[in-house]
Ligand binder design. Structure first.
Ligand code: SF4
Ligand code: SF4
Length: 328
């Protein structure tokens, strides 16, 4: 089977075998994935109108395309120029720009993770985003411009995350997913590439990466222990000059493939809760408290067992836990 411009379909079976096998078996997930493979993939290409719409400026073109993307159902949209580092190895594109599109997932589907409900929401958003990118691509062709659909499910030329970062959709969190200041981390990405001259967006600095340096909620709740304590000082840097947090996918993927796509790091991310901060009268208050993290005192277990609660003794064999924290 081939998909976009004769690119061979991503071999999910082989990929899952490579991470130790997949045991997810949820009828709704199979049905939706079947629709993506058998119905959406057939609609990736289409005729380009011979009449080209000329925009007055690149700013006007960007505004128009973004507003159409929203009309088709995009929750987030940004534009950037494509560089070779944004492409999967061995892939190419003739187009100059990427329109990066985010589709949000419902927090209420992730109140138990991993679960059938969270797995279904993950593939449903791929389907919804698939419709957005297909409809936007058809629209761009109707304006007389070529374009390519970069579907959110593994058959694209583009690496969606670097493109979305450049297009200003958010910052990279400790958990390896993008966090948007308004939507948090519960969204997925698709893209359309085209060469309509458009004004590009810029990467953002909303303080998210810096916040991650003082927060470990996702790391604590990662069941596979795949999220790091520290940034990888031997790896790449993000657009703000920070070394990346690199998730141990050798631990994550085998877990993910056997536990309903896991996703625990997304709903546990505190950025889901930033906009809930209102007081009891409903007034907006500071979005998140600043938590002062001083060195904890040494544990004390001297209260007799009849007089104290039961509690687990986390990491008591790790003396490093009680070293003074580094001052920021
Ligand atoms: S998907 Fe699950 S296993 Fe993977 S990093 Fe997130 S929490 Fe950890
Ligand atoms: S839970 Fe905290 S550390 Fe993890 S990505 Fe979200 S903000 Fe960053």
């Amino acid at each position: 089977m081939t998909l976009n411009n004769n690119i061979p379909a991503f071999n999910w079976t082989e990929w899952y075998e490579g991470v130790g096998g997949r045991t997810i078996n949820i009828p709704d997930v199979e049905r939706i994935m079947g629709e993506i493979r058998n119905k959406q993939a057939q609609r990736f290409n289409g005729p380009v109108s011979s009449q080209k719409k000329i925009f007055n400026s690149s700013k006007e073109a960007a505004k128009h395309i973004k507003s159409k993307a929203k009309e088709f159902g995009a929750d987030l949209v940004g534009i950037c120029e494509i560089e070779s580092s944004d492409l999967y190895e061995g892939k190419t594109t003739n187009e100059k720009y990427a329109i990066s599109i985010g589709g949000k997932m419902l927090y209420t589907s992730f109140t138990n993770v991993p679960s059938n409900q969270s797995a279904i929401e993950c593939v449903e958003v791929y389907h919804r985003l698939g419709e957005v990118v297909i409809n936007l691509a058809n629209y761009i062709r109707s304006l007389g411009y070529t374009c390519e659909v970069e579907h959110p499910v593994g058959d694209s030329n583009l690496l969606h995350i670097p493109v979305a970062l450049k297009a200003g959709l958010g910052e990279l969190g400790r958990h390896g997913s993008i966090i948007n200041p308004e939507l948090g981390p519960l969204f997925r990405l698709g893209s359309v590439t085209t060469s309509i001259p458009m004004e590009i967006d810029q990467p953002i600095d909303a303080g998210i990466a810096a916040f991650c340096d003082n927060c470990k909620a996702c790391r604590i709740y990662c069941p596979a222990d795949a999220i790091p304590d520290e940034r990888d000082r031997f790896g790449k840097k993000d657009h703000l000059g920070n070394y990346l947090y690199r998730v141990d996918t050798g631990k994550c993927f085998p877990y993910f493939a056997k536990h309903e796509y896991c996703s625990a790091c997304l709903p546990t991310c505190v950025y889901n809760h930033k906009d809930w901060a209102t007081d009891f009268e409903g007034n907006k208050v500071k979005k998140y408290p600043h938590v002062i993290m001083e060195t904890p005192p040494k544990p004390f277990d001297g209260v007799s067992t009849e007089k104290r609660h039961n509690y687990p003794k986390f990491n008591r064999d790790n003396p490093k836990q009680y070293l003074p924290r580094k001052k920021k």
